[in-house]
Write a protein that binds this ligand. Structure first.
Ligand code: HEM
Length: 281
């Protein structure tokens, strides 16, 4: 038991746990990026349907019928990994500074010099934390619009919340800058994590470095392109009309939701449907 405590409180133990939590977060990001590609559809009515179906699937996914929804367990792991990652990063930074008598210097063991990415790791990490707070406040905990899907179920219109945000050039610009910072953070984190795990090999190290660059560029470019394209699409006349119509429908949906658990709606593409309100209150 004592060796666990010794390991967890040692500098190498902390760095390795940071690497593991970071790897988990990096994989989540890749999956998240692929899911968001559904916004990139010139037929925005289809994008609205598929994006809402996707977010509904994610939030409702519970194949083993756990008493607690899977999404809550995943969120718990995500928050835990993120909190641990930040806590360890800040602790190591403080310890590092103390050990050097307040003088900050850290040498990249492999190259013998400090890179720009190394220097900015803690700041890019804290920037990402700020980005995430904005991201979750605006999207996950943002406007809860309603949408009637093709099965006549009333679900959350995540597309409308998301596309409304990207319609604003300031948010779209902020996302592009954020993706650059995330890419830079990932780029250094990947090669540094392998180094911490003790994988430093003449043949493999350059390959790992290249893989790290490719991964970071894919993630930053993937999200960045999504933000730019979402901005472009959100401001197209057809999308603006669809957004206006969706906003108009909100009041009607809210009134029906307040009145009954079931109601009849006429959806242009489907005809008259019985709508069931399965949205958590
Ligand atoms: C174009 C860029 C992005 C878009 C369009 C986007 C979209 C979204 C949306 C719509 C949600 C809410 C999902 C729901 O509640 O159903 C969400 C949640 C989330 N996003 Fe993003 N996202 C983007 C970039 C990122 C990046 C770069 C990160 C990480 C650094 C990130 C991390 C998260 C996290 C942690 C959640 C919460 C997941 C959960 O609670 O299930 N997102 N995102």
């Amino acid at each position: 038991m004592q060796w666990i405590i010794k390991y967890l409180t040692s500098s190498i133990g902390k760095k390795q746990i940071m690497g593991c939590t970071g790897a988990f977060l990096a994989l989540f990001i890749l999956g998240h990026m692929c899911g968001n590609f559904q916004l990139l559809n010139f037929d925005q009515a289809s994008a609205q349907a598929s994006y809402n179906a996707y977010t509904e699937f994610l939030t409702g996914f519970n194949p083993l019928h756990f008493p607690v929804k899977m999404i809550y367990l995943i969120e718990l792991v995500l928050v835990g990994a993120f909190a641990l990652h930040i806590f360890l990063a800040v602790t190591l930074k403080i310890e590092n500074k103390k050990a050097r008598g307040g003088i900050e210097y850290e040498v990249n063991a492999r190259k013998g010099k400090k890179t720009f990415a190394t220097f900015t790791m803690i700041w890019s990490g804290l920037f990402i934390l700020g980005f995430l707070i904005q991201h979750l406040m605006t999207l996950k905990f943002g406007e809860h619009y309603l949408y009637v899907n093709s099965q006549g179920e009333m679900v959350r219109d995540m597309w409308l919340t998301t596309i409304d945000m990207f319609a604003n050039p300031l948010w779209a610009g902020f996302y592009v800058i954020s993706m650059f910072v995330i890419g830079m953070h990932l780029f250094h984190a990947i090669s540094s994590a392998f180094q911490t795990m003790g994988i430093a090999h003449q043949k493999w190290t350059p390959i790992i470095d290249i893989a790290g660059i490719v991964y970071s560029v894919i993630v930053a470019a993937g999200f960045g392109i999504t933000a730019i394209a979402a901005f472009y699409l959100a401001n197209q006349p057809e999308t603006q009309a669809l957004r206006a119509k969706s906003h108009e429908l909100q009041q009607q949906y809210q009134q029906q939701k307040a009145k009954a658990d079931k109601a009849a709606f006429v959806i242009p593409s489907v005809g008259e449907v019985q709508v069931s309100f399965n949205i958590e209150k």
